[in-house]
Design a protein around this ligand. Structure first.
Ligand code: KG4
Ligand code: ZN
Length: 363
């Protein structure tokens, strides 16, 4: 069955994306036109205000908020895109990994919506969507080295092709976004912690508190942040009661330590990437919410320049959770002729855990 419109020899796919895996209820329409993506709408309702008092996302509250909002967000995305339901070629919905209640709501809605319209459903791996987003905003060919840094993940991966991912390193304990969020909570700052720590760090002295750089200098490309988090807490306890200046300095010290770890581990992975992928190893991508950090972007730019890699980072709004990345992943699957079997897709259930490397195993 061919769902794409063929216009003057061009192939066009229009896909609705749905994202509900954490604390954003999001819907978006993206159009794929001969390899280029166009975001027709990108609607995100953030539940930050609900979770802020708890210093982190409360899964049950998140699920309850997605439910009444999701249909409205879909209608909103279609209206803003000026696209009718019938003009859609497919519906893509996050199927995991994430908070199970939210994923169930988004995936079930997507399946029902697609089925009622007689269109295909594409269950999307949230991490894969983060990994492919750079290709929505720029022309980035496979293979590329990916640093995926979010609230739940910290991984270095070679994206070899669509659906083909090779893990070079990952965190042994906390995710990097979690390290930012837990630090913020400990220092009494707001949730999510990353943006506020970045803002405070800009006013602070990164050298005042000497924090460790776990695993730096090691030959493998893994990360560890839990010891660093404990060291920060001990430094904060030692300096208490904390003035605004103390907090700025602690934020600067923590951000600097986290970024040093990211850079050191990425350099190891980049060496492996360049050695093993030869002349095709030209591109590096940073994705996930932490990629919104401007200091990280600048430091990574310098590292990539040194290693003759071209750095690609999606605009900040596409780094944090959104549905455009889910719709785009659906477009990529359609464009590569990899539409999933519809009986299997319709019976797929939400997955709280779903490692990216499992996708490669299926090829
Ligand atoms: O990808 P994302 O939106 O959601 C997950 O899938 O986790 O990432 C959210 C994470 C949070 O931990 C947040 O603190 C972090 O990204 N983050 C940042 C910045 N903006 C968001 N971390 C550091 N600096 C930032 N500017
Ligand atoms: Zn995410």
């Amino acid at each position: 069955m061919l769902y794409a419109w063929h216009k003057r020899g061009m192939t066009i796919y229009t896909v609705l994306g749905i994202e509900t895996s954490c604390d954003e209820t999001a819907a978006s329409v993206v159009r794929w036109r001969d390899g280029r993506g166009q975001i027709l709408s990108n609607c995100v309702f953030s539940q930050i205000d609900t979770h802020a008092p708890y210093g982190g996302v409360v899964p049950e509250l998140a699920a309850r908020q997605h439910l009444p909002l999701i249909s409205e967000m879909i209608e909103h995305a279609l209206t803003q895109a000026n696209v009718t339901k019938q003009q859609l070629d497919a519906v893509a919905a996050t199927a995991g990994p994430g908070l199970i209640g939210g994923v169930m709501i988004g995936l079930t809605t997507g399946k029902a919506f697609a089925s009622a319209l007689g269109k295909p459903i594409i269950p999307v791996n949230h991490l894969e969507a983060h990994a492919l987003t750079a290709r929505l905003s720029a022309e980035v060919d496979f293979p590329y080295l990916l640093l995926l840094v979010s609230g739940g993940h910290c991984q270095l991966i070679v994206v070899e092709a669509l659906g083909q991912y090779r893990l070079l390193g990952q965190t042994l304990d906390d995710a990097v976004g979690e390290a930012f969020d837990k630090t913020a909570k400990y220092l009494g700052l707001s949730y999510p912690g990353g943006p506020e720590i970045e803002a405070r760090a800009a006013k602070g002295d990164a050298k005042r508190f000497q924090l460790p750089r776990p695993l730096c200098g090691q030959k493998h490309a893994n990360f560890s942040f839990s010891g660093l988090k404990t060291a920060l807490q001990q430094a904060a306890d030692h300096a208490a009661p904390l003035s605004a200046e103390d907090i700025n300095d602690l934020c600067a010290g923590m951000q600097s330590a986290i970024l040093d770890c990211l850079l050191d581990r990425t350099a190891v992975a980049a060496d492996i990437f360049i050695a093993e992928y030869g002349a095709t190893a030209n591109n590096m991508v940073i994705a996930g919410g932490v990629a919104a950090n401007q200091v990280l972007r600048q430091a990574m730019q310098a590292l990539c320049q040194k290693m003759s890699l071209k750095l690609h980072v999606a605009p900040a709004a596409l780094c944090t959770d959104n549905a455009a990345m889910i719709a785009w992943t659906g477009c990529e699957y359609m464009a590569f002729g990899r539409l999933p079997d519809q009986i299997a897709a319709q019976s797929m259930t939400a997955r709280p855990r779903w490692p990216l490397t499992e996708l490669s195993a299926k090829l």
